[in-house]
Design a protein around this ligand. Structure first.
Ligand code: FEO
Ligand code: CA
Ligand code: CA
Ligand code: CA
Length: 676
């Protein structure tokens, strides 16, 4: 059903409450197969570009123009059906949203960040142009209100991670063959990695609101793998094991695979370096057993078989020329977007792993806790607890805060207990007997230290995020297809769909003690269809695991949870990555209650265009805009024959169809088509 039909849903503000009372009714409608024709979402017009453009109906004659309300809440909606990526359902080449919402492209790959930046030209990309343009494969998104420390929802800085590159979709004629890349193309892809900072402002135009970039902002900035110089700080700084030709382990050029992240209470952004193993090659043997770091590198997957061929032209990524360089990556980066000339810093006290996010929360005593996930099958959960109290309203006082503190890893046992164990040199097994000579050794080899401490091997920890009002910590475990040996917190063998754990933190005077050494845990939800009792061949266990929600609606389930955020009502918004492979439908964004009778029942709000995953969900403080990163649209196809042109045709996107472009979009209530 298209916008403007007589069968419009009730006002948005009522929808969410009514929905809960109508669940059984909806279930009946779904089983009768009438969802697609009864207006549960605005089915787009035909064709990927036209569909994406999805013209919004004008108010009917005689109907007064709607009064713009920039603070309209975004939480009420009717859930979408899963979009089959084989084209048997809704058009998979574009995204889909519930009725009453609209999207705008805020930033897409190649958009200019500076007044003198060249306009994007696919045929004339250079490292210099890419360094002045929005990078590739946006992942984490933060919105930091301006002025600093305010709660403004119409003006701020967007800080975005650019995790990796799909060169087959970036360069015309290249195809899948990285060995055919020119040195200039390699430099361009290095320039497309990193982070962007861009000032944005919400303006009213023709009775509606739009986000605009402020091109001449003093804040706009690119950090890249190509030329940004990072300081290395904390216990590992200056270690022999980080020494390169250019620096005695105190600086390094480049950041790679910046995945998820977090924002500190003083307004800096944390960014996790994730799949660093993809970047290093050229080692003397495969693997070089004689190399002192061979075991350490191998533990992170650095095996001399990189996806990227930078090592051929860049000594820093060549294991023969710079054998310590991999120890300069795999950290959490802190950058201050409000101080454009500030040097970003790799914070070694937070450990070295395949970092996903870095969610912060302040304890009642002022100490900062940072929750961290190490995103690989059977790796572990971590938290960092600062030694000192932080000072949110005086950023300069926190310059050293993330250099001093204790990193802990988690053991989750069957009685629902989480125990946090410190990674401190000299304590427990972290001694010379096990090859550690300093805290630097412990942090460089975080994974080995955690394993020695008996940390629980998890099903790929992605985001670990805190719902601040309840202190509950949610752990998104995306999947672990190869798991043979289960444990209580990871109960499914061959876990294709992932699950989400909830950790409950002890309440103390003034709040929640995130520095505590014992929590409790339960399962919030398990991915996969509620009816799916299918087990892998040979498995003894059926599909009925703790926390499995049996009453979900046919569409109300998800697969492969990855990133999340929370709305004003404490609802968790879950972005998925990998549903296509695991479940045969598009990735998306789901809202899910964390309390009450519908706890753990996800509802689909956004489906991503073909080939893409959804990342970095982020609300403005008033909850009226939801920023969302759509990463790698069209993945699996090539520039010259893409499966989608998304987001061309959308407001803010290119007018003409071109290569698919990763983009950060804003989702808002559709002011122009609010039901009367
Ligand atoms: Fe970059 Fe763990 O996702
Ligand atoms: Ca990703
Ligand atoms: Ca992720
Ligand atoms: Ca992922």
């Amino acid at each position: 059903m298209t916008a403007g039909s007589s069968e419009t849903p009730p006002p948005i503000s009522e929808l969410i409450e009514r929905r809960f009372n109508r669940r059984s009714l909806l279930r009946g409608a779904l089983s009768a197969g009438v969802l697609a024709t009864t207006g549960c979402y605005a089915a787009p017009a035909s064709g990927p570009v036209a569909a994406a453009a999805g013209p919004v109906a004008k108010p009917a004659a005689g109907k007064p123009a709607p009064v713009p309300n920039p603070a309209a809440p975004i939480s009420g909606f009717q859930e979408l059906p899963h979009t089959r990526t084989d084209g048997s359902g809704a058009d998979p080449a574009t995204h889909h949203l519930p009725y009453g919402f609209r999207t705008q492209v805020v930033m897409q790959w190649g958009d200019r960040l500076f007044p003198k930046a060249p306009a994007f030209d696919a045929a004339a990309q250079t490292p210099a142009s890419q360094l002045q343009q929005f990078g590739y494969n946006n992942d984490f998104v933060a919105f930091l209100p301006l002025p600093r420390g305010s709660q403004n929802s119409d003006h701020g800085l967007l800080v975005v991670n650019h995790e990796y590159t799909n060169v087959e979709l970036m360069f015309p004629g290249l195809g899948e063959d990285r060995t055919a890349m020119t040195p200039e193309q390699i430099d361009t892809e290095m320039a497309a990695h990193g982070m962007s900072v861009v000032e944005i402002r919400r303006v009213e135009k023709q009775g509606d609101y739009q986000w605009e970039t402020v091109l001449d902002s003093k804040y706009n900035r690119r950090l890249s793998a190509l030329e940004t110089n990072f300081a290395i700080a904390g216990p590992v700084a200056g270690s022999e094991r980080l020494k390169t030709t250019a620096s005695p382990g105190r600086e390094i050029v480049g950041t790679v695979n910046n995945c998820s992240g977090g924002v500190t209470p003083w307004g800096t952004v944390l960014s996790g370096e994730e799949n660093i193993q993809e970047y290093f090659g050229g080692g003397p043997t495969e693997p070089d057993a004689a190399h002192r770091e061979a075991d350490n590198f191998g533990r992170l997957g650095i095996d001399n078989h990189p996806r990227y061929l930078w090592y051929k032209t860049k000594p820093l990524f060549n294991l023969t020329e710079e054998p310590h360089a991999p120890n300069c990556f795999g950290w959490v980066v802190e950058m201050d977007p409000f101080t454009p000339d500030s040097q970003p810093i790799k914070r070694t006290a937070l450990g070295r792993m395949r970092h996903e996010g870095a969610a912060t929360i302040v304890c009642p005593d002022g100490r900062l806790v940072v929750y961290l996930g190490d995103d690989e099958a059977n790796q572990h959960l971590y938290k960092f607890v600062s030694r000192d109290a932080c000072t949110p309203d005086d950023p300069a006082k926190n310059a050293d805060l993330l250099n001093h503190g204790v990193l802990y890893t988690a053991t989750l046992t069957g009685d629902g207990v989480v125990e946090w164990k410190p990674l401190v040199f000299g304590q427990g097994p972290l001694t010379a007997e096990n090859g550690f000579t300093s805290q630097a050794d412990v942090l460089i080899e975080t994974r080995r230290a955690a394993q020695l401490l008996g940390a629980t091997p998890m099903d790929r920890p992605e985001d670990v995020e805190v719902e601040p009002s309840t202190g509950e910590v949610f752990v998104l475990l995306t999947n672990n297809r190869n798991r043979e040996e289960t444990n209580e917190a990871n109960p499914r063998p061959h876990n294709s769909h992932g699950h989400i754990l909830e950790m409950n933190v002890p309440e103390v005077a003034g709040g929640f003690d995130h520095a505590a050494l014992k929590y409790t845990w339960t399962v919030l939800l398990c991915g996969g269809a509620p009816s799916d009792k299918v087990k892998a061949p040979g498995d003894e266990v059926d599909g009925d695991y703790p926390g499995w929600y049996q009453g979900a609606e046919p569409a109300g389930w998800l697969s492969c949870p990855d990133n999340c955020t929370f709305d004003h009502n404490g609802r968790i918004w879950i972005a998925t990555d990998g549903a296509d492979k695991a479940a045969g439908f598009a990735d998306g964004l789901y809202a899910c209650d964390t309390h009450g009778p519908h706890k753990g029942q996800p509802r689909l709000f956004f489906t991503a265009p073909i080939g893409s995953e959804v990342c970095g969900p982020c609300f403005t403080p008033d909850g009226s805009t939801l920023f969302l990163a759509v990463q790698h649209p069209g993945e699996g196809s090539v520039f010259d024959n893409p499966t989608t042109h998304w987001p061309a045709g959308l407001p803010g996107g290119d007018v003409k169809p071109g290569p698919p472009k990763p983009a950060v979009i804003a989702i808002m209530v559709d002011q122009r088509d609010t039901p009367a």
